[in-house]
Design a protein around this ligand. Structure first.
Ligand code: MG
Length: 369
């Protein structure tokens, strides 16, 4: 089989209303913008699609397709995913792809493989499960009282765990995390995501509160460029760290986090970790050290990864509004079902051109009763 065409589409992606809020200092989002869809066609009629959903990726990917990727891919065998994955690394050395573009071709090729074998991509990757618990992952709310109210709503909606994104103020966030533990009781799983807002001093302060309040994990308290700072943090706090979400370098970078001793959980995703090939490398690397690899974000790709990765705990389901809403495809017990095939397809909600509409998936269709 040979690739015969590579097209990119800038697809209008309406921003969230209201916008998600992360910690103070970070822009909320997402804005209105143009996501990018890559469509790969072959001489045997099998096709693969992938989306870089971040608004603004549309023009970037179109440019790369025109200048670099089409010439590289046309004529190649789309089933040689490992070869093409390494080619993307080679090209990245020269062109410095944005981190969310490095895995886009690989993601489309895994979609293509699913269509070829008439199976969902998670099954082609190697199926492990057909349903998983979803944790409610909050955006940032205004007051401590509002968080407690939203937490109650999440529990009533069936979510079996909650991860909070908060203000990025060490004192306020630590107080919030303690209050939340008191509010939900000792047994309910809680996680905290610092969205890289702290230096080591504040990261230790928050980490001590999370340790006392028995949080399951402490995610990305600092930017992930200095592994030594993470090592020192892990030596000073008891709460398990969840690391390497946004750092460059895929499994090779994750390996150094693990080697430093700071990781109990690592992050993995198609979007930031080099497609399905990179995401699965990270999961297997973590597994070798008896660590967990937790899929990042509420994407259709994360749903597939959750079904293929043995050593993960939750699907991350964003709760961004008050009143809180349960995401489509999650049942009243907070369980998300395995996507149906073939391949992966494209998420609903964007303004696709007619030639892409047949790839859009129905997330409600994979819900478990
Ligand atoms: Mg995170």
């Amino acid at each position: 089989m040979r690739i015969t065409s590579v097209e990119s589409f800038s697809v209008f992606s309406p921003g969230a209303r209201p916008q998600f809020a992360w910690r103070e200092g970070l822009p909320g989002g997402p804005d209105d913008g143009y996501a990018s869809v890559l469509l790969i066609k072959t001489d045997e009629g099998v096709e693969g699609v992938a989306i870089a959903p971040r608004p603004g990726s549309g023009p970037v990917v179109s440019d790369l397709v025109e200048r670099v990727l089409r010439d590289e891919l046309v004529g190649a065998d789309p089933l040689q995913r490992e070869w093409l994955w390494h080619r993307m690394w080679e090209l990245d050395r020269v062109y410095e792809f944005p981190i969310n573009v490095l895995g886009l071709v690989d993601t489309a090729l895994w979609d293509l493989a699913g269509r070829l074998y008439n199976a969902p991509t998670w099954e082609v990757l190697g199926g492990y499960r057909q349903e998983i618990e979803a944790c409610a992952s909050t955006s940032t709310f205004s007051t401590l009282e509002e968080y407690l109210d939203v937490a109650t709503q999440c529990i009533e909606l069936g979510y079996p765990a909650i991860k909070v994104h908060a203000w990025g103020d060490a004192r306020k966030d630590a107080a919030l995390c303690r209050a939340l533990r008191e509010h939900v009781g000792d047994e309910y799983p809680l996680m905290y995501d610092g969205s890289a807002g702290f230096d080591l001093v504040d990261a230790i302060y928050v980490g001590e509160a999370l340790s006392e309040a028995n949080y399951l994990w402490y995610e990305e308290p600092m930017r992930e460029f200095n592994i030594t700072a993470y090592k020192w943090l892990a030596q000073r706090v008891r709460v398990p760290l969840n690391v390497a979400e946004t750092s460059d370098g895929v499994h090779m970078n994750t390996a150094d986090f693990i080697q430093s001793g700071c990781a109990t959980f690592v992050r993995t995703s198609t979007e930031l970790r080099g497609g399905f090939t990179g995401a699965m490398r990270i999961a297997h690397l973590a597994d070798a050290f008896r660590l967990r690899a937790e899929p990042h974000g509420n994407t259709i790709y994360a749903r597939h990864l959750c079904m293929a990765i043995p050593n993960c705990t939750y699907y991350e389901s964003l709760v961004t509004s008050n009143p809180a809403k349960r995401e489509v495809g999650i049942n009243a017990k907070g369980i998300v079902g395995a996507p149906r095939g073939p391949g992966v397809g494209l998420p609903p909600g964007l303004h696709y051109p007619p030639e892409l509409e047949s790839y859009v998936v129905d997330l409600a269709g994979s819900a478990v009763p």
